[in-house]
Design a protein around this ligand. Structure first.
Ligand code: ATP
Ligand code: MG
Length: 436
């Protein structure tokens, strides 16, 4: 019998000790020692040389993607689940991770493939209640288990096509002394499940909780292990949720899926532009931007508020907008477009809890701020896109044609784009002449 040894490894320098220490004896860093298992599995089976294969000769058994039956989820995954892959779904408590994955498992089971849900957080009866609410999940197999060893053994025996572990933080390996959810436990669980997923061909989805600052709890190391990291975002107090891929080994990242939470579960929103891009006509401080999310252009309403302040350092607060980008847009507006904002607080908000992280939405943000500052509404039917340069000139945004097409699709009559050349001209064309 191989003795399993627990040892502590420094995450900075890799030094190992037999017991936990507050300070690493190798590099002197504090609090970096993490519990690890060393035993039979850690050691290579034999040191014999093996012949490498020619890549072209590698046999691919079945590379077809598994469609989950939830179109928005398939889109974010890049066309469906890849067999034997490991996917991490992160999100804040109550955002709807369990709901989304149960409906996906339900439709996978309905299409005749085996689907297993391992629940560590909720009892079997609680999941049944949710299943009744969602409907159509009767064929999903369920296992209430938190012991890592039995979960892996079950997966190897049952070999379901898809397995969801809800959540990875509840699994524990008995050999490790630390509590479930600790870095060592989660890392051990993920790496063992990875071996099972690859070995038995089970597409495994791990649910992971998100800490206050938005990182998938504890182990960033998990993000390197898995094939795909999906982030489920949204306000618990609003019905809309956004699913995005942060990392995807089999598809594009920044792909976006939009859902609405209803009493019958999460319903995909196939056309988010209609939902997020609508403004009240004649409203001051609101503009519509076309942002590109992955391969998909989306119309987003941007709202801005400019109010006089006596603060020495006026505030620039953005929700859904990068603060550095916002500060730059405010500075360019003041310097090159004659919109003085030096004694004003500027607040910007993006509709629907969507986060913009591409510069193509700059002009839309600038237009909303200028509208709020001047008290002039944006012209009816105007939609803006284009990156703003530091000199006040507009730079071409990527995929201009697709953005223009999306604007036309939604009946916009005035597309403000990089063709207008400067920010000053774009504002002149976009703002109405008279206050509403
Ligand atoms: N009957 C209902 N009608 C509408 N929405 C509901 C209903 N029941 C639950 N919800 C929504 O479902 C959400 C909880 O979903 P779910 O349990 O899937 O979240 P979760 O991300 O798995 O949470 P946790 O991290 O706690 O496991 C609630 O925030 C609520 O908005
Ligand atoms: Mg849950």
């Amino acid at each position: 019998m191989v003795k399993v040894v627990v040892q502590f490894t420094c995450s900075e320098c890799g030094a190992t000790t037999g017991r936990w220490l507050g300070r690493c004896p190798g590099c002197g860093a504090f609090g970096t020692l993490v519990e690890e298992l060393h035993g039979a599995e850690g050691r290579p089976a034999s040191g014999a040389a093996r012949p490498p294969e020619r890549l072209g000769d590698v046999q691919v058994a079945d590379a077809a993607r598994l469609e989950t039956g939830v179109p928005e989820l398939d889109r974010v995954l890049g066309g469906g689940l890849v067999p034997a892959s490991l996917v991490l779904v992160g999100g804040e408590p109550g955002v709807g991770k369990s709901t989304l994955l149960l409906s996906a498992l339900g439709s996978i089971a309905r299409s005749g493939r085996s689907a297993l849900l391992v629940t560590g957080e909720e009892s079997v009866a609680q999941v049944r209640l949710r299943a009744d609410r969602l409907g159509g999940a009767d064929d999903v197999s369920i296992l209430a288990e938190t012991e890592l060893e039995s979960v892996c053994a079950t997966l190897e025996r049952e070999r379901p096509a898809v397995c969801v572990i809800d959540s990875v933080q509840t699994l524990y390996a008995g050999e490790l002394g630390s509590a479930p959810g600790s870095v060592a436990q989660v890392r051990e669980a993920a790496s063992r499940l990875l071996r099972v997923a690859k070995g038995s061909g089970v597409a495994t989805i791990l649910v992971g909780h998100v800490t206050k600052d938005g990182a998938v709890a504890g182990p960033r190391v998990l993000e390197h292990l898995v094939d795909c990291v999906l982030q489920f975002e949204g306000d618990r107090y609003h019905a809309h949720r956004v699913l995005r891929a942060v990392k995807n080994r089999f598809g594009s990242t920044n792909e976006l899926g939009v859902f609405e939470m209803t009493s019958a579960g999460l319903v995909g929103v196939p056309d988010p532009s209609a939902l997020f891009g609508a403004t009240q006509s004649g409203e001051v401080g609101a503009a519509v931007a076309v942002a590109l999310e992955g391969t998909r252009p989306i119309l987003l309403e941007i709202q801005a508020l400019v109010s006089r302040t006596d603060l020495a350092m006026p505030r620039r607060v953005g929700t859904g907008v990068d603060p550095k980008r916002l500060a730059m847009i405010v500075a360019v507006l003041a310097r090159h477009a004659g919109v003085p904002l030096g004694t004003a607080d500027v607040f910007v908000n993006v509709a629907g809890g969507v986060r913009i992280d591409e510069p193509g939405a700059d002009l839309g943000i600038a237009l909303a701020i200028a509208s709020a500052a001047k008290g002039l509404p944006v012209r009816e039917g105007a939609v803006a896109f284009g990156e703003i340069g530091l000199t006040g000139r507009l730079r071409p945004a990527s995929q201009s044609d697709r953005r223009s097409e999306e604007c036309r699709k939604f009946g916009s009559t005035l597309v403000l784009g990089p063709k207008l050349d400067t920010l000053r001209r774009a504002l002149g064309a976009g703002l109405a002449e008279n206050p509403a």
